[in-house]
Design a protein around this ligand. Structure first.
Ligand code: IPE
Ligand code: IPE
Ligand code: MG
Length: 244
């Protein structure tokens, strides 16, 4: 067994707890979002060092549009400035950046910057970093159905040809394997409409740490816990012992 055999290929993170981090310090919630960006940088770096191939971060959900308009607009500005500040470093470090979600909800200027940032890192393949923004697992499944029908309208007359693999080809993360490890910070134990399809067999790791406090050591703790899990995918333990 290689020494990296127990490193998950695909780690997804629900980065929760920025608002509480700030409120506890009597700061405005946006201060927590801004410190959250620092935690994102640290986790990308350590994920790369640990040999994780795919890192998928939940930055803004379909439902987060329901937040007060001023918080939404600060989040959008932070997102834009982080893209502009960080993309050069990502490019130089072999990181391939993708932004997935219902981007039609974003301002044209932000969409333009997203396209440029993705293009700048398109030649990289060391760490595949995906930021889910304006993303929801249900949105993803609905858009996949629409895309499948648009790609091949004849499918509508023969729905029996649709299987899991065919639909999965149209999901927003079709380029990535299923999630192995799903981490949620901030103490809540729920999925909040993140990668519903892709996390079907993910190991779920919940920590009370608030996102701005999550660091390389916290990622290592999650990876150590993951390494102790037996992934059975429906089979029995005895079967796994014979052919892992
Ligand atoms: C996560 O932190 C960031 C986003 C959802 C954009 P929150 O803003 O949800 O922080 P809490 O959960 O209120 O502490
Ligand atoms: C989930 O956090 C979304 C992100 C981290 C981007 P929320 O704070 O929006 O989740 P709920 O609403 O508490 O479930
Ligand atoms: Mg929250």
């Amino acid at each position: 067994m290689s020494k990296h055999a127990k490193i998950p290929r695909h780690v997804a993170v629900i980065m929760d707890g920025n608002g509480r981090w700030a409120t506890r310090r009597h700061l405005p919630r946006v201060a927590g979002h801004s410190r959250g960006v620092d935690a994102v940088r640290a986790v990308i770096e350590s994920a790369g060092r640990r040999g994780i191939e795919f890192l998928t971060l939940f930055a803004f959900s379909s439902e987060n549009w329901r937040r007060p308009a001023d918080e939404v607009s600060v989040l959008m500005r932070l997102f834009l400035s982080a893209l502009q500040k960080e993309v050069g470093k990502l490019r130089d470090n072999g990181v391939r950046l993708r932004i997935v979600g219902d981007l039609s909800a974003f301002a044209p200027e932000l969409r333009q910057h997203i396209a440029e940032a993705e293009a700048q890192t398109a030649g990289n393949d060391r760490l595949k970093l995906t930021v889910c923004a304006s993303y929801g697992g249900r949105w993803d499944i609905v858009q996949a159905v629409r895309a499948l029908l648009a790609a091949d309208p004849s499918v509508a007359a023969h729905p029996e040809v649709i299987d899991e693999a065919l639909l999965a080809r149209h999901l927003a993360l079709a380029f990535a394997p299923d999630v192995d490890l799903l981490i949620r910070t901030g103490g809540e134990q729920r999925i909040s409409n993140f990668l519903l399809w892709q996390s079907a067999y993910a190991e779920l790791y919940f920590t009370d740490l608030l996102w701005p406090d999550f660091d390389a050591g916290a990622l290592d703790a999650a990876l150590a816990w993951y390494a102790t899990r037996e992934r059975r995918f429906g089979r029995t333990s005895a079967q796994i012992a014979v052919s892992p």
